[in-house]
Design a protein. Sequence first.
Length: 292
Amino acid sequence: MGAIGGYYGGRLAHAGLEVHFLSHSDYAYVVEHGLRVDSCDGDFYLPHINAYHSSVDMPKTDVIIVGLKSVNNHLLPELIGPIIKEDTVVVLIQNGIGLEADLQAAFPKLHIVAGLAFICSSKTKPGHVCHQCYGSINLGNYSCPQERLSQLLDDFRLAGIQAAEVPYEEARWKKAVWNMPFNGMTVALNTSTDRLLANPATRQLIYDQMMEVVGAANALGVSTVTSEFADQMMQMTDEMVPYSPSMKLDYDFHRPMEIYYLYTRPIEEARKVGFDMPKLAMLEALLKFKNN
């Protein structure tokens, strides 16, 4: 259970829904002390949660929310396999391109939804999530019956989470417009989002990288990802609190970085249709160097 699972799972449990948490590093702590969420939308504390150290001990579930870092996606079959029912829906709240296709290949009958979280949150210590700003989630339907997706949206909204259905491909590429520049650049230059935008040179570079993502999406037939959206992302980041994205935190704490799905896969997909992303390809190379 990380910052994403702790926040959204915590919100759902706080609203009275039945939620089961898979927890490894802080399992013993949350069993004894529960889960605390310090949130810009109101703090809350769950003194008792359904926590498990292994998915083998968990009940089979209607919905599985995956907040796992994509560098560990090779573990997904053993993590979710024991709790899948015939009609289980899996929500992948992960960053990148190609995630759902790879999971579907492993579980052909699984109902899969892309979860695009717009949130600044971190797990500051065991059983303690700090939610700084935003918190909405967009859901892109990859292979899920519409009535199940509608129920999922209702559950999120019941928990006070702003949730909306969006077209799948558009959602994934729109998220990449922000993620690809800011995640990698904060690592490459050892800085935060506000400092990148305060400097004219790096501000322009960030925007150029955003436009590479827009161009890739358009080349792949996703025409709704536009320069106007990139402008909105720049403005949103100007207005948000200074922030270290998830990749920067992973780098700072000497954890593997999510390079494949955030950079390698989208760059490969764009090249298949003849579109190159040179600035982001250079950033990918820098990140691979720093990841060693």
